[in-house]
Design a protein around this ligand. Sequence first.
Ligand SMILES: Cc1cc2nc3c(=O)[nH]c(=O)nc-3n(C[C@H](O)[C@H](O)[C@H](O)COP(=O)(O)O)c2cc1C
Length: 192
Amino acid sequence: MLSSPKKRIVMAVTGASGMPFAETLAGNLRTFCELHLIVSRAGWLVWDQEIGQDRQNLLNMAFCHYEQDDLAAPPASGSWRHQGMVVCPCSMASLAAVARGLGSNLIHRAADVTLKERRKLILVTRETPLNAIHLENMLTATRAGAVIMPASPGFYHRPRTLQELVDQLTGRILDALDVDHALTPRWCEDNE
Ligand SMILES: Cc1cc2nc3c(=O)[nH]c(=O)nc-3n(C[C@H](O)[C@H](O)[C@H](O)COP(=O)(O)O)c2cc1C
């Protein structure tokens, strides 16, 4: 048994567009889980570009955070237990590394370990358009047990603000991680 009653979730932020998803997801995981955070160097570049706030704001949401080069950090080992990992957003470069089992930085190693331990791995991929390499890597990762959740929110709940749009996809990611939340209007469950 884990000593913490909260679910332990590993979240990696890589250098793809979609940082509002990362910010909202981290905020919810902080509330409901023990959040272990890894941000890649490219992830920080895109965070600066898209959010423009102090990086510490994101780090403050984590129970613990690690550098991408820290290959001795807990998420690098299968004997360190957790209840799921999400890469949000997930760049095509990190998707490729996961699909090929490279394990060359902590994010890729933690994802590889998550798959080998048969734990939940959610990849919130973001790129458009997609080439054959991207698509093949998505299929390879799916066959290895990952769940590909493209960063493509729905509009059926008629979002009026950017945050409502972001909340919709974030709620679906939390559902995939089996983490409670009160974010999403659910089809045939929530009425205006
Ligand atoms: C502002 C900005 C936006 C980017 N958006 C994307 C993107 O949406 N998808 C993607 O696959 N790569 C994107 N990239 C390129 C990745 O950051 C780059 O491939 C990087 O090597 C990814 O490294 P990482 O997976 O270790 O974070 C973007 C780069 C920058 C600077």
